[in-house]
Design a protein around this ligand. Structure first.
Ligand code: F6R
Length: 241
């Protein structure tokens, strides 16, 4: 495990974007595993800036996102399709047919998840997987207790996750109850994993994930076992390690 400390969020975003950029320069046809959430936003902004300057080219890149709410259409402004489009894809040149996000609209969850695993395998696996971390240690939608051996699967969202997301949907009843997510096994099969964490509210879980025992109760703790895991962490989030 490599731990790279950043002095603030801007620095974290630049350092993580540099790692992604280096990956794409060294292997232009890289398969990038991407994440939503607030932490990667600065990375996407930085990559867009470098793309506009002509410093990075995504024309041979394939992207595979971690997760999507079940039942939301790509046009729904709370879907992860929408998030990725608005915060990254509309500004860069990843070819449309190489952008992959689980199909939240597929009502057949077994098929949706199986198809996604086929996509990952056909792409040759993920070269670099970007991850955030939830305050309870979740990665993707793999919440505490999730089995380490799963690939893409459908999860029931925890009541606490639905309650936390209610603010985005205006009404708790509108919050999707399920999501499709890559499993821990899918994430661990990525050749490299890059996790980003920012803010004092992540300090405890980072300490547990990095220094504590490897346990399904802290899903991110499994990353201690990954052969090429890099954590880029801002000072406040790193305050307990
Ligand atoms: C995002 C995802 C989530 C987030 C996590 C942290 O696709 O799967 O696991 O990475 O909830 O989110 P932020 O960065 O908003 O703290």
């Amino acid at each position: 495990m490599k731990v790279i400390k950043a002095k603030d969020y801007e620095d974290l975003s630049r350092k993580a974007a540099n790692i992604i950029s280096a990956q794409v320069i060294i292997k232009p046809d890289s398969v990038l595993g991407l994440a939503t959430g607030s932490t990667p936003l600065g990375i996407y902004r930085q990559l867009i800036e470098w793309y506009k300057k002509g410093d990075i080219d995504f024309s041979d890149v394939t992207t595979i996102n971690l997760d999507e709410y079940r039942g939301l259409s790509p046009g729904n402004d709370q879907s992860y399709h929408y998030f990725m489009q608005e915060n990254f894809f509309r500004y860069v040149n990843v070819p449309k047919d190489r952008i992959h996000i689980p199909d939240g609209e597929d009502p057949d969850s077994d098929r949706a998840c199986r198809d996604y695993d086929v996509i990952i395998k056909k792409a040759g696996g993920i070269d670099l997987q970007l991850l955030g971390i939830g305050r309870d240690g979740h990665i993707g939608f793999n919440e505490p207790g999730a089995a380490f051996g799963l690939e893409t699967h459908c999860v029931d969202l925890a009541e606490s996750t639905m309650a936390a997301n209610a603010r985005f949907f205006g009404d708790k009843d509108k919050v999707p109850r399920q999501a499709y997510t890559m499993g821990i096994k899918s994430i661990m099969q990525a050749k490299k994993v890059l996790m980003v964490a920012s803010g004092r509210e992540k300090a405890e879980i980072i300490r547990d994930a990095i220094l504590g025992p490897v346990t399904p109760q802290v899903p991110a703790s499994i990353l201690q076992m990954h052969p090429d895991f890099t954590l880029v962490i801002e000072r406040e989030a790193a305050s307990l390690i």
